[in-house]
Design a protein around this ligand. Structure first.
Ligand SMILES: [Zn+2]
Length: 274
């Protein structure tokens, strides 16, 4: 069973780029079928109203409920105070099995994490290179599974990805997806250090080619049982809301000698002009 854990679907209502304009699935589905991908996790493109966008994704999921999983997209700031309402509609009304949050919209909040915990949902949070928050998420919400896509940076921020691999290895509830990761050595390092059970195949379709992204997993040359985990078993375990098993314990890894540099809002404030 091959499951793509990261694919956008539907139309955005912006006009900045594909990411907020269109995520049509026709090309994706042809490519995914050719690559042997059986199932796909879908969530919206960037949108000004995720209640609307999530319903549109729900309609797509409903066309092939055995083919798609839905994740509810949430804007952590704009949807403040109504995250539970949004997620509840998506879960109870549409059978969605996860939450998607992107720092491009707003940083993740306790409200989002509390809702994820209450509904036993994994959270796919794009930190956009700001990996320091993973320390807080992992410790404050040890019973919530966080999938940090792109090894922490779609933009190939090498230092962020290096720091994130360490977090991936240390925290039992932190996972990653392989979508858009270009530095192959880092991908190898992630699997070697954190374990195949922490890495999920994702494509970031329809904008990236799912066949190319899947081939990256093949090229890792994993043992068949490990590859099976990465390409599908891991995400299926995360979204199996019934009969969830406790998260596996983290692998023992030595602490880093240096803490990665992160922007400190207090320092920024001090240096800001009056
Ligand atoms: Zn994406």
């Amino acid at each position: 069973m091959i499951v793509d854990c990261h694919c956008h679907a539907g139309l955005g209502d912006g006009l900045t780029g594909p990411w907020d304009t269109e995520a049509r699935l026709d090309r994706y589905l042809t490519r995914a079928a050719a690559a042997g991908i059986d199932r796909t996790v879908l969530f919206a493109a960037f949108h000004s109203d995720y209640a609307v966008a999530n319903r549109a994704v729900a309609r797509i999921v409903a066309t092939q409920p055995d083919r798609f999983f839905g994740f509810a997209f949430v804007h952590a700031a704009r949807d403040a105070g109504r995250v539970d309402t949004l997620v509840r509609e998506a879960v109870e009304g549409h059978g969605f099995v996860g939450i998607k949050v992107h720092r491009y919209d707003a940083r993740i909040t306790r409200e989002v994490c509390d809702v994820a915990r209450a509904h036993s949902l994994p959270v796919l949070y794009d930190v956009m290179g700001e990996v320091s928050v993973v320390e807080l998420l992992a410790r404050e919400y040890p019973d919530v599974a966080f999938v940090i896509p792109h090894l922490g940076s779609f933009a190939d921020d090498w230092s962020a990805q290096i720091a994130f691999v360490h977090q991936l290895a240390r925290h039992a509830n932190v996972f990653t997806d392989t979508s858009a990761v270009r530095r192959f050595d880092l991908l190898e390092d992630a699997v070697r250090r954190a374990g195949a059970h922490k890495v999920l195949f994702g494509s970031d379709g329809p904008w990236l080619h799912p066949g190319i992204e899947l081939e990256k997993i093949r090229l890792l040359g994993l043992a068949p049982t490990e590859e099976a985990r990465v390409v599908g078993k891991n995400v299926l375990q995360l979204v199996a809301r019934v009969g969830r098993r406790p998260l596996p314990p983290a692998l023992p890894v030595a602490l880093p000698r240096e803490v990665p540099a992160v922007p400190d809002p207090w320092l920024a404030r001090e240096s800001a002009p009056l």
